[in-house]
Design a protein around this ligand. Structure first.
Ligand SMILES: NC(=O)c1ccc[n+]([C@@H]2O[C@H](COP(=O)([O-])OP(=O)(O)OC[C@H]3O[C@@H](n4cnc5c(N)ncnc54)[C@H](OP(=O)(O)O)[C@@H]3O)[C@@H](O)[C@H]2O)c1
Length: 260
């Protein structure tokens, strides 16, 4: 089995940049860590100007510093995406910095896995607010501007759990599946209006979210490829979906799950 150390060593490794996002402006929510950090770093590496956002200022500034060290352009704007005023303020300031928002990646999220008898209605509300409502709100705030400027792309990071009804994932799977369906509906609404909307469904990824899970090794052993993915392997799929190379791809649920 691949060790966590091996996965960690590869977590942010990028190939030589090809300028696939040159001239684009991107906001990536939840980019102070994990999959969002990899997406922000890769998009900047490929020429985009990037807004890094999350609540943790220290981690956000470290991501911006890593992007600058790589020769890229990024700004950290702190925001709790569950608070509409903070989300709206971050998007407004992000638009000023970027000139226009060409790419929105909704990725901020957390993990909630527990048996039904332990899960509460408060868990349901709090998780939906972060992992679904904030995605909806961000799309409402950004997509009309994308249409007005002549185009744009949205990517929603959801999960394999949206397709596979795993035990103890009741709320998590429900919310992620709902986001996929919402994204496909919005994709159809905007298909002829210049805005593409897709979802990325990661399988197991080694990030802060999963690192301390007692089941990590057992889940990893059950992945057909026999290992978890790195955040950067998810980011390369996100890069395709958000680049002009995917110009005919909208309403897509892309599963990046090592065969699961
Ligand atoms: N890891 C996996 O195996 C896996 C598998 C499938 C899907 N996913 C999905 O991938 C996405 C990213 O997860 P990850 O694994 O990369 O986890 P992670 O490393 O824990 O990152 C989560 C990110 O979300 C941000 N965030 C959390 N709550 C927030 C809030 N209220 N406001 C703003 N930002 C918030 C965090 O930033 P701050 O702490 O700075 O606020 C952090 O940047 C999630 O949507 C997750 O459900 C992960």
């Amino acid at each position: 089995m691949v060790s966590k150390e091996e996965l960690r060593a590869k977590s942010m490794i990028m190939r030589p940049g090809l300028g696939r996002l040159t001239g684009k402006g991107a906001i990536v929510t939840g980019s102070t860590s994990g999959i969002g950090e990899a997406i922000a770093r890769l998009f900047a590496h490929e020429g985009a100007r990037v807004v890094v956002t999350g609540r943790n200022v220290d981690r956000g500034q470290k991501v911006v510093a890593a992007i600058a060290e790589d020769g890229g352009d990024a700004l950290f704007l702190p925001a709790d995406v569950t608070k509409d005023d903070e989300l709206e303020g971050m998007i407004a300031r992000g638009r000023e910095y970027l000139g226009q928002i060409d790419i929105l990646v909704n990725n901020a999220g957390r993990f909630i896995v527990a048996p039904l008898e332990v899960l509460s209605a408060d868990d349901f509300d709090a998780f939906s607010r972060l992992d679904a409502r904030s995605y909806f709100q961000a799309m409402k705030m950004v997509i009309p501007g994308m249409e007005a400027q002549g185009g744009g792309v949205v990517l929603n990071v959801t999960s394999l759990a949206a397709l596979d009804p795993m035990p103890v994932f009741a709320i998590y799977g429900y919310v992620k599946a709902g986001v996929n369906q919402m994204a496909r509906a919005i994709a159809r609404e905007y298909s002829a209006r210049g805005v593409r909307v897709n979802s990325l469904l990661p399988g197991l990824v080694l990030t802060a979210m999963t690192d301390d899970s007692p089941d990590f090794d057992a889940v990893q052993a059950g992945v057909p490829m026999g290992r978890a993915s790195t955040p950067m392997e998810q980011a390369y799929a996100a890069l395709f979906l958000c680049s002009d190379e995917a110009s005919y791809v909208t309403g897509c649920n892309m599963l990046v799950a090592g065969g699961a």
